[in-house]
Write a protein that binds this ligand. Structure first.
Ligand code: ZN
Length: 304
């Protein structure tokens, strides 16, 4: 009798854990942030995607690094809700956030800051054969690209915009000169969750294009910190807290200080690039981007 009871107990426990497993089986990249808010965290600093469920459908923040990610995100969405993806907010126009648009739109309406579509079109012209090359990466990539179309945002806003979907509010906040031609933070004020985009990354040296400035990055950091978010989801890297901003501020302060010291010693920009040492950040990924950081710091030091 005791054996039989034990067996029944074991079967029950097995069934319960199987049910729990099934509910959580959203794939290895998905992290739950809050009730109804999930993040697909890109592998190896690939871009992140926010999945926000509402009573009136799903809002995505970015569409995954590669179409294989976009398909995995779509599969997770279908497990979470029978409702459609209604909106897709782009935090930036680069291909690692936007190639997967076609997986979701239509029916999703894509929203981005002004200049996003133009940036996407420009890049598309500069890189002919991009999609064919991407398809050649693997059979899985080729199959994920089936039905590919180039889709630009249908809605572009300027400065600031509020999107109300179901019970949730999304505030879209432009960040000037931090990474691309059209960077948006997405703030959920009730849930205190901030999708902070790619001007500030985590445990990684960022690429600073010629139009990106350190003062603009610091201004965006200050603006986002002032929102007092509980959870910060960067465009790339692990979700965290406002510490992400504090770490970034510390890094740029030290960078500008060291570049300033070398400049004062009369070193040229090229010499500074060779001699600068930032051992505190040697463990950060993408060290090859450091010269672009020195360029930006040198502009600060020289006051231009
Ligand atoms: Zn980017």
């Amino acid at each position: 009798m005791r054996t039989r009871l034990a067996l029944v107990f074991a079967v029950c426990v097995g069934l319960i854990s199987a049910a729990t497993l099934a509910a959580q089986d959203l794939g290895p990249n998905i992290r739950k942030i809050k009730d109804g808010i999930y993040v697909y965290v890109g592998t190896n600093f690939n871009s992140n995607c926010g999945i926000v469920l509402t009573q009136d459908g799903v809002v995505l923040i970015d569409s995954g690094h590669n179409p294989t990610d976009s398909r995995a995100i779509f599969d997770a969405v279908k497990k979470l809700t029978p409702l459609p993806v209604r909106y897709l907010i782009d935090t930036e126009p680069h291909p690692d956030h936007t190639t997967g648009h076609f997986v979701f739109s239509p029916p999703a309406i894509i929203v981005a800051h002004a200049g996003a579509g133009e940036s996407m079109i420009g890049r598309e012209k500069e890189t002919p054969g991009r999609i064919e090359k991407l398809a050649g990466v693997s059979p899985a990539m080729r199959s994920a690209l089936e039905g590919y179309r180039f889709v630009v945002p249908q809605v572009e806003y300027r400065g600031k915009m509020t999107l109300n979907v179901g019970e949730r509010n999304f505030e879209l906040l432009y960040q000037k000169g931090v990474h691309s031609e059209a960077d948006s933070a997405v703030w959920l004020p009730q849930e205190r969750v901030l999708f902070s985009a790619s001007g500030i990354v985590v445990d990684q040296i960022n690429i600073l294009r010629p139009f990106v400035t350190i003062p603009d990055i610091l201004a965006a950091s200050k603006m986002m910190k002032a929102l007092n978010p509980e959870v910060v989801v960067p465009g790339h890297g692990q979700p965290g807290t406002v510490k992400i901003f504090e770490d970034t501020e510390k890094y740029y302060a030290l960078l500008v200080e060291r570049v300033g010291k070398l400049a004062k010693e009369g070193k040229s920009l090229d010499e500074i690039k060779k001699e600068l040492k930032m051992p505190e950040y040697a463990h950060w990924a993408s060290q090859e981007r450091m010269p672009s950081n020195v360029d930006a710091a040198y502009k600060v030091v020289k006051g231009n």
